[in-house]
Design a protein around this ligand. Sequence first.
Ligand code: AHM
Ligand code: MG
Length: 280
Amino acid sequence: MTEIFDAIKKSAIEIKNLIETGDTGKSTHENSTGDTQLKLDIASDEIIENIFKEVSSIKAIVSEEQEEIISLNKDGKYLIAYDPLDGSSLADVNLSVGSIFGIYENEFSGKNIVASVYVVYGPRVELVIATTDVKMYRLINNKFKFMQEIKLNEKGKLNAPGSTQNCWAPYHKKMIDDIFQDGYRLRYSGGMVPDLHQILLKGGGLFSYPGTTDRPKGKLRQLFEVFPFAFVYEKANGQAIDGFDRVLDVETTHIHDTSPCFFGSNEEINRVKKVYKENA
Ligand code: AHM
Ligand code: MG
């Protein structure tokens, strides 16, 4: 897999340069979820695809920005699903954005994820690789340098509640209010990569993107966003659920399927499980 990690590092450096110098405006295209793509989404997608095409261990790739799976090498071992530039609409206001990669074997499903990587483009560029453990690297003088291993505490202090609040179920709203009453601090930028990265680095907390009345299956896509971060959180001693069970056990019927999702340290996730079991 080293070859794949090296390819991701190479693409991260090119995307960093693109974000710094590129046009943050809209293109004239829509992606498969119906979002108008930004020029940055399309350009970062091209960067990654072109770099992955040179890697012999990759069997197939699928991008949040594309409709279909692209086959690369028939003898390749790995399948990669990626969101080339998550939170891209935050680039024009200079908030942090990210790239997310899920590495799968045999088929694209939560049960078959074997590694994941994400990159945060902020004041600094950081890259996190989850395999059997979770390691963070920082881009210094154009090279990724190992900084630290990431492990969550049993309980954290941050709360990142996503989606449209007037579409929340009453029990979800009460749970979020109660968490704030218990002293948790609001940390939500609207970019899941920096928001989840912050919780990982500051010891723990809760990030939620529930099913809502307008979007019963949530917004975040399983293969490109939810499963890669679920893998990171589990390997960092935390949990990732759909409200009830491990989100990595949720079936995928279509590559662009979404799922409600909750990521966090053990205490916060057990709290969500209790509330959802009793009320949902
Ligand atoms: P994108 O893939 O179109 O950028 O959308 C994903 C982003 C996540 O990074 C973030 O957590 C979420 O959308 C925010 O959505 P909301 O504004 O509904 O809370
Ligand atoms: Mg995204």
